[in-house]
Ligand binder design. Structure first.
Ligand SMILES: [Fe+2]
Ligand SMILES: [Fe+2]
Length: 320
């Protein structure tokens, strides 16, 4: 290894150690409890499906359709709430996979590793988030189904990645955390959300900021050390994972489509043939995409996969 490369390597490792120290400290100083820190029984926080604050706004992909706007106000609000509850359920299922994968990863770390401590802080925080999300789902009153049998099977494969291919596992982590973080920050900036939802989102973005910097720095630290072959495998599988997750997170579930008899053509117009929706998906993945570009994982060959999945625009800098 050249001296320059060795120095860069050391700097990267220093940055990793410093980050872990800071994150471990912050996790003790600022953390939340799903029940002590959310006033669930405050009348202001009560959930009423007819509350107009749940309504999807015109900037939302489904909210913008003529079909949605033609629904009576109480159905519009109910659909909005159903959508939030569905996203929370998806969120907690994602967090379940994340926690199990993190535990697999941490099991392989040596004694005295500060990363072991941080992984456990993160597992604990995610468990608090999942309690919050599930409590919201329960109070919203919809019986939202869990993962399908096929997805439960796929989930086990992702958990295993925590042990056998942690770099790909952390791409999956960013694919789940980054878009949600983006959406929640946007919603908080805009304001006007129901106070209970606002409280949950505030707690979430505060802790997610740590999880995101952990996953990003882990990839910066690890990817340059991977063998050529493993880098290629990572580069090919990353967009496939990100594409699947973007679909899962942003669209109404089949339960919702059935319950409100949303016509197929409306779903197509809102999500499949909607340039604004495509733009929003791209925006929500912007940070993770930029990181993978920085790490040299978006190559001329794999950029075709990215493009095919609609995850890359012509303006994206590819570094070559
Ligand atoms: Fe979370
Ligand atoms: Fe997280």
């Amino acid at each position: 290894m050249s001296t320059v490369a060795a120095t860069l390597d050391e700097e990267q490792s220093d940055a990793w150690e410093r980050l872990l120290e800071r994150l471990n400290r912050q996790s003790v100083l600022k953390h939340f409890d799903a029940y002590a820190d959310v006033r669930w029984d405050d009348p202001e926080y009560a959930i009423d499906p007819r509350d107009g604050r749940w309504e999807l706004d015109e900037d939302d992909s489904l909210g913008a359709t003529d079909w949605y706007r033609a629904q009576p106000p109480e159905i519009r609000s109910r659909i909005g709430l159903h959508m939030v509850a569905t996203q929370m359920k998806t969120g907690l299922q994602f967090e379940s996979i994340l926690k199990r994968g993190l535990l697999e990863w941490a099991a392989g770390l040596p004694n005295r590793s500060p990363a072991f401590r941080y992984a456990y802080h993160e597992v604990i925080e995610e468990a608090q988030h999942s309690l919050m999300f599930q409590e919201f789902v329960n109070r919203a009153g919809f019986d939202i189904p869990g993962l399908s049998r096929l997805m439960r099977f796929q989930a086990r494969g992702i958990v295993r990645l925590g042990r056998v291919f942690p770099e790909l596992f952390f791409v999956f982590v960013l694919g789940g955390e980054d878009p949600i973080d983006h959406v929640q920050r946007d919603a908080l900036r805009q304001g006007g959300a129901h106070p209970l939802l606002e409280r949950i989102m505030r707690i979430h973005v505060t802790e997610e900021a740590r999880h995101l910097s952990f996953a990003r720095q882990y990839l910066r630290e690890r990817v340059p050390r991977l063998s050529w072959l493993r880098r290629q495998r990572l580069a090919v599988r990353a967009p496939l994972i990100l594409g699947a997750m973007a679909q899962l997170m942003m669209q109404p579930s089949s339960q919702m489509v059935a319950e409100y008899a949303i016509p197929r053509s409306v779903i197509r117009a809102a999500y499949k043939q909607n340039p604004r929706h495509r733009e929003r998906t791209l925006e929500s993945l912007q940070k993770v995409r930029a990181l993978l570009v920085e790490l040299g994982l978006v190559t001329p060959v794999t950029s075709r996969i990215w493009r095919r999945l609609g995850l890359l625009t012509d303006s994206d800098f590819l570094g070559h």
